[in-house]
Design a protein around this ligand. Structure first.
Ligand SMILES: CC(C)(COP(=O)(O)OP(=O)(O)OC[C@H]1O[C@@H](n2cnc3c(N)ncnc32)[C@H](O)[C@@H]1OP(=O)(O)O)[C@@H](O)C(=O)NCCC(=O)NCCSC(=O)C1=CCCC=C1
Length: 253
């Protein structure tokens, strides 16, 4: 597949997948399909998969214009396929994030094994401000940071900085902006020095300790999203208000 919105390269045993859709690396359907394809390639040829980005920001999330009721099923179906591909990968998945990581641009890192954040990163799920919710964060976050922290992030829509995200248990390491790329490479090289089979089996065993079928949970969360939320007047008003740069007027239906 020819990539237009991402870049893929293999360096030794590491696959580097970069979001490359400037300026905000919006994750539209085309990018989702390219990421799915690149992850398939990486699964066959790499031991470690690093998802990172070009430009200042990891991503401002999924394309808001693709959230209207006619397009939402395709968007949610493809995004779920992408997230499950990351969650089900047998390889070590590392996400390296600078700047904004919002909405779907936060959920991609969440699905990875490790998030390495630059000290200028801002992570969050603003979907509630659009009268939407973030399905993947709803499925994963309570298991990672507990109900109360997850509830707070999802219902306020406020982003947290890298250090707060580290305290909450979302981010594994925070590196200074100036040395970020170098520190990410050092982290990856540290993993490459370990036994690949031991890493792979440690990941397999760690997954047993959560014992959650995220595919099933995500299916239920998506059903409420598509059958109930997306059909409301508020869900359309939230999108219109964002695109028209005005305050939304909620109807509660
Ligand atoms: C903070 C921000 C990133 C940058 O602020 P700044 O003040 O620096 O810049 P700016 O002026 O605001 O923006 C510049 C241009 O980019 C556009 N644009 C921006 N984001 C866009 C987007 N996502 N999609 C499309 N366009 C987007 C702006 O409209 C503007 O366009 P213009 O030049 O034509 O006027 C801000 O744009 C923001 O909050 N974005 C929304 C974040 C959000 O709600 N994300 C969650 C999404 S839902 C999700 O991910 C899910 C996934 C799965 C399932 C369910 C949900």
């Amino acid at each position: 597949m020819e990539y237009k919105k991402i870049k893929y390269s293999l360096e030794g045993d590491t696959a580097w997948i970069l979001l490359a859709n400037p300026p905000l690396n919006i994750v539209d359907l085309e990018m989702m399909r390219e990421l799915i394809s690149a992850l398939d390639v990486a699964e066959n040829e790499a031991e470690i998969v690093v998802i990172s980005h070009e430009g200042k920001h990891f991503s401002a999330g999924a394309e808001i214009k693709e959230h209207y009721p006619d397009k939402a099923p395709d968007l949610i179906g493809t995004f779920t396929e992408l997230i499950l591909k990351i969650l089900n990968s047998e390889k070590i998945t590392v996400c390296a994030v600078r700047g904004y990581a919002l909405g779907g641009g936060f959920e991609i890192p969440l699905a990875c094994d490790v998030i390495l954040a630059s000290s200028n990163a801002k992570l969050g799920v603003p979907e509630i401000t659009l009268a939407h919710y973030p399905p993947v964060a709803i499925a994963l976050l309570p298991h990672m940071i507990g109900w109360k922290n997850a509830f707070d992030l999802i219902t306020t829509g406020e982003a947290v900085d890298a250090h707060r995200a580290r305290e909450m248990g979302i981010v594994s390491r925070v590196f200074e902006q100036e040395s970020f790329d170098e520190d990410v490479k050092k982290y990856v090289n540290g993993l490459l020095e370990k036994s690949p089979i031991a890493l792979k089996l440690a990941k397999k065993a760690l997954k047993k300790s959560t014992a959650v079928d995220f595919g099933k949970v995500l299916g239920e969360v998506n059903r409420i999203y598509l059958n109930e939320l997306i059909k409301t007047e508020d869900a359309v008003e939230g999108l219109n208000a964002f695109l028209e740069k005005r305050k939304p007027e909620w109807k509660g239906r």
